[in-house]
Design a protein around this ligand. Structure first.
Ligand code: AMP
Ligand code: MG
Length: 355
């Protein structure tokens, strides 16, 4: 069992590769992450590792995933060990296309089909009754399985080449912010991982929306980049277009029980109009203050990230949290965004980090 305490990127020395070409075959048991260009040779190297039950870093449109063969219990066990993830926190199974759904579920529903048709490939995860080929370790022992079809060319290519469903939780050590670049993955997991495919920065930046799709109406289990407004635009016409869409069934989503990323600095969420003045006020008391806001940082405050709107903050959020730690600010002030669209997921992640 690999169980490391979360570390800072700056403390990690195991990262040796950047744009390595995989001309040297990755040896069994090698534990220095190589960041590979996702060309034919890079994909082939990742496929070789996956076929022998190994684990690779894979870009998706949401965040980087730690991928292994979802139907191979030993491979999936490796994911849990590397992440230090509790065994009862199930993984999302990634498919190349909706046509593969039958490989992993016992039964689909009209709701799941409608949602898949509208949002796949994309950042929507559907929870359905699990099929018999999926090992219990993948689902944390649940009778349901979470599935999605990612919308990222490198993920699609890898899923196609390997020809197996891939379980892929976020590729961070449990308790760290999710990784949105290949460097983040290498920094967190560099010495337990052979290969990270570099797909550049993730275009969405927050995790997928998880919905229970077994009934007539979607039940949101985790907020994500597909918003409730997006869901309603598809299923609002179906049966009662009611508050059922607004239920958040926390019990049914094991992952939301766990303590989430807690930065080493204090995190304060400020209303849009107050963020800069609050940061300046804190800095005037002599502490080191960072700001993530839509406005420039006032004098004496370090600008950690500047964003234009909620989707832009979503893209930059996790990198900003890592930067705030690396620059050792005492307090990070983050400007709140309106809780509509992806803003709801962003505020959810911010509140968890600020807890
Ligand atoms: P991650 O892969 O780290 O983005 O986390 C996956 C999320 O999906 C966690 O919050 C899990 O609890 C949730 N999840 C995965 N499988 C299921 C399932 N069968 N039922 C409910 N939630 C699930
Ligand atoms: Mg995660």
């Amino acid at each position: 069992m690999v169980a490391h305490a979360p570390r800072r990127a700056s403390e990690v020395t195991g990262v040796v590769g950047w744009w390595h070409t995989p001309d040297v075959d990755v040896e069994e048991g090698a534990v220095l992450a190589e960041v590979l260009r996702p060309d034919a040779a890079g994909i082939a190297a990742a496929v070789r590792i996956l076929r022998r039950g190994g684990v690779v870093g894979m870009p998706t449109e949401t965040v980087y995933g730690l991928a292994a063969d979802a139907l191979d219990p030993a491979a999936v066990t490796r994911i849990f060990a590397i992440k230090g993830r509790p065994a009862d926190n199930p993984l999302i199974v990634h498919l190349r296309s909706a046509q593969e759904l039958e490989r992993v579920v016992a039964a689909t529903t009209p709701l799941a089909e409608a949602l898949a048709m509208s949002f796949w490939p994309g950042p929507l995860t559907l929870v359905l009754e699990v099929g018999e080929d999926v090992p219990a370790v993948t689902t944390g022992g649940l009778r349901t399985v979470a599935i999605r079809v990612p919308d990222h060319p490198v993920a699609t290519e890898l899923l196609t080449a390997v020809g197996r469903p891939l379980a892929a939780p976020s590729a961070n050590r449990s308790g760290r912010p999710s990784p949105t670049t290949a460097e983040h993955v290498a920094a967190d997991l560099g010495d337990d991982l052979e290969v990270v495919l570099d797909g550049g920065p993730c275009p969405v930046g927050v995790e997928s929306t998880v919905v229970d799709a077994r009934g007539d109406e979607p039940v949101v289990l985790r907020e994500g980049s597909i918003s409730r407004e997006d869901l309603r635009s598809i299923v609002g016409v179906r049966s009662r277009a009611t508050a059922a869409h607004d239920r958040t069934d926390v019990q049914a989503s094991p992952g939301t029980r766990y303590r989430h990323y807690a930065p080493t600095c204090a995190l304060e969420i400020a209303a849009s109009a107050d963020a800069a003045s609050r940061a300046a006020e804190l800095a005037a008391s002599g502490i080191s203050v960072g700001l993530v806001a839509s406005c420039p940082a006032p004098e004496g405050v370090r600008s950690i990230a500047r964003f234009t709107d909620a989707p832009d903050l979503a893209r930059q959020l996790y990198a900003a949290l890592r930067d705030a730690e690396d620059t050792a600010v005492d307090v990070l002030v983050v400007e709140a965004v309106p809780e509509v669209g992806v803003g709801r997921a962003v505020m959810d992640r911010l509140r968890r980090a600020a807890e």
